[in-house]
Design a protein around this ligand. Structure first.
Ligand SMILES: [Zn+2]
Length: 199
């Protein structure tokens, strides 16, 4: 990690001390079976979709990830989580953002393929984010929802090297072949992209 020519010094010693101080329980091997699975986004709560509603993968090794797809649930947040847990529904998203407070639930690991875009190519290459609300009920698009989602999208973009622009952060309606209209005309893209840019 450090250059070969760097002499051992106070800085290196401090780094060693800091690593030694990391609690054992936070190391990956120690927590392999220790309850809730680790989330990819630190602020998310793990609310897993059934494995029947996603495709296991090892992205970005198996499939490049270069898009974030923005959705609206057309149902309540809690109901969307239940749908993702129902193997008969054949649908999932990586994340669901709650309207009232911007709380983020993660349902599918980012390395796996969620079934949200209705287009296999776009499913393989994207992270799907659902937002609690309805396309024709703008009151659900709260400041907390925009801000919570923007922080999440900015984090996804940083970790996968996705540009924070409208060519790469798209609505479901922009997925080729879709008949979905979400997030709809009430979604404030200008506001959202400014928040993503600042996050
Ligand atoms: Zn959608």
């Amino acid at each position: 990690m450090e250059r070969a020519k760097t002499l051992p010094g106070r800085r290196r010693i401090l780094k060693g001390a800091a690593l030694a101080a990391v609690p054992y329980v936070l190391l990956p091997d120690a927590r392999a079976d220790a309850g809730p699975r680790t989330v990819d986004y630190p602020l998310a709560e793990w609310q897993p979709a059934t494995p029947a509603n996603r495709t296991a993968a090892n992205r970005p090794t198996t499939h490049p990830v270069d898009r974030v797809v923005i959705h609206v649930t057309q149902t309540l947040c809690a109901k969307a989580l239940t749908v993702f847990q129902n193997p008969r529904k054949k649908v999932s998203a990586h994340y669901v953002v709650r309207s009232v407070d911007g709380h983020v639930a993660q349902c599918v690991r980012e390395s796996d393929i969620a079934w949200h875009a209705g287009n296999w190519d776009y499913n393989t290459r994207s992270i799907g984010i659902e937002h609690e609300g309805w396309v024709d009920r703008p009151a659900y698009f709260t400041a907390a929802l925009y801000e919570g989602s923007a922080r999440l999208t900015a984090s996804v973009c940083d970790r996968f090297g996705i540009p924070r622009d409208r060519a790469h952060i798209i609505g479901h309606y922009e997925v080729p072949g879709t008949d979905h209209t979400d997030p709809g005309p009430n979604w404030d893209w200008g506001r959202y992209m400014r928040l993503v840019g600042r996050a």
